[in-house]
Design a protein around this ligand. Structure first.
Ligand code: PGA
Length: 259
C-alpha cells in the first residue's frame, strides 16, 4: 500500500440534482472512518454548477472538496449569456476545476481557448485538472506522444502557477467505453507527460498526473499495482466519470485501491 498522496476525483458530468447530495453524504461517511487508517488522499467531486453552492453549505467538513467542470474564458462578469466565470465558481465554493475535457474539446474547444480558461481559473486561485488524451485514430497512427505534447504546449505557459495544475491523462477511446490502456502503455505515457512537463516548463518537481477513462472498482486493482514503479511513472490518482455517480462504486474504488 502506498502512502504517497492520491487523488480520487469524481467527474459527474451532466448529472445530479439536490437529492443527489445523498451520494456525497455516503462518500463522506465512509471517508471519515477510512482516512483514519493513515492513507494519504484527497477526494474531490466535480459537480454541475447548479449544485456547488448547495452542496458546499451541506458539507459540514472540508474532507471532501468540490470542483467545477468548465468555465468561461472571461473574467468576473460580462455580456456572455449562459456563461459562468471562474470567479463565480470560486464564490459558489469550487476549489478545483476540470478544464480541457475531451467532451468539451469535441464541442469545439481549442488549445488556445483552453489556455485562456486555465489563465482565468488560475487568477481565481482554483486548482486545475487539465485533461489531455489521444483519440483512437491518433493512437493507431502512433501519434499519442505528439498529441499530448501539443495539447500541453499549446495550453500551458511557463509563467503560470504550475503548482496549481494537475494533468489528467484521459485517452478519448477509454472514456465511458470500458476500455483501458495496457499496463506498459500507460506507464510510458505517464512517464512521458511527467518528464516532458518538467523539462518544458523547467519545474523543480514532476507534475501530478491522474489517469481517467473507465476506472471502476475492478480495474482499480490493476492501476494500484502501478505504484510500485519509480516516481516518474507513478499515477497520482484517478479522474472517475460514470462510477462517481454512485456512492457504492466510488467508495469501492477507493477501498479496492488500498486493498
Ligand atoms: P468515465 O469518464 O470514467 O465514465 O470513463 C471519465 C471522464 O470523462 O472523466
Amino acid at each position: 500500500m502506498t502512502n504517497n498522496l492520491r487523488y480520487f476525483v469524481g467527474n459527474w458530468k451532466m448529472f445530479g440534482d439536490f437529492n443527489s447530495f445523498k451520494i456525497i453524504k455516503r462518500i463522506q461517511q465512509f471517508y471519515v472512518k477510512f482516512r483514519t487508517n493513515g492513507t494519504n488522499n484527497k477526494i474531490i467531486l466535480c459537480v454541475p454548477n447548479t449544485l456547488i453552492s448547495f452542496y458546499k453549505k451541506k458539507l459540514n467538513s472540508k474532507i471532501i472538496l468540490l470542483g467545477a467542470q468548465n468555465c468561461s474564458q472571461y473574467k468576473n462578469y460580462g455580456p456572455f449569456t449562459g456563461s459562468v466565470s471562474a470567479s463565480m465558481l470560486k464564490k459558489a465554493g469550487a476549489k478545483f476545476i476540470i478544464l480541457g475535457h475531451s467532451e468539451n474539446r469535441m464541442e469545439g474547444e481549442t488549445p488556445q481557448l483552453i489556455k485562456k480558461k486555465i489563465k482565468s481559473a488560475l487568477n481565481e486561485n482554483l486548482n486545475i485538472i487539465f485533461c489531455v488524451g489521444e483519440t483512437i485514430n491518433e493512437k493507431k497512427q502512433g501519434k499519442t506522444f505528439s498529441v499530448l505534447y501539443n495539447q500541453i504546449k499549446n495550453s500551458i505557459e511557463k509563467k503560470f502557477n504550475l503548482n496549481k495544475i494537475i494533468i489528467a491523462y484521459e485517452p478519448v477511446w477509454s472514456i465511458g467505453t470500458g476500455k483501458t490502456p495496457k499496463f506498459g502503455e500507460l506507464l510510458r505515457v505517464i512517464w512521458y507527460i511527467k518528464t516532458y512537463f518538467k523539462k518544458q516548463f523547467r519545474t523543480k518537481k514532476y507534475p501530478k498526473v491522474l489517469y481517467g477513462g473507465s476506472v471502476n472498482d475492478k480495474n482499480i486493482k490493476e492501476f494500484s499495482k502501478q505504484t510500485h514503479f519509480s516516481r516518474i511513472q507513478e499515477i497520482d490518482g484517478f479522474l472517475i466519470g460514470g462510477a462517481s455517480q454512485s456512492s457504492k462504486k466510488f467508495i469501492d474504488i477507493i477501498r479496492n485501491y488500498y486493498k
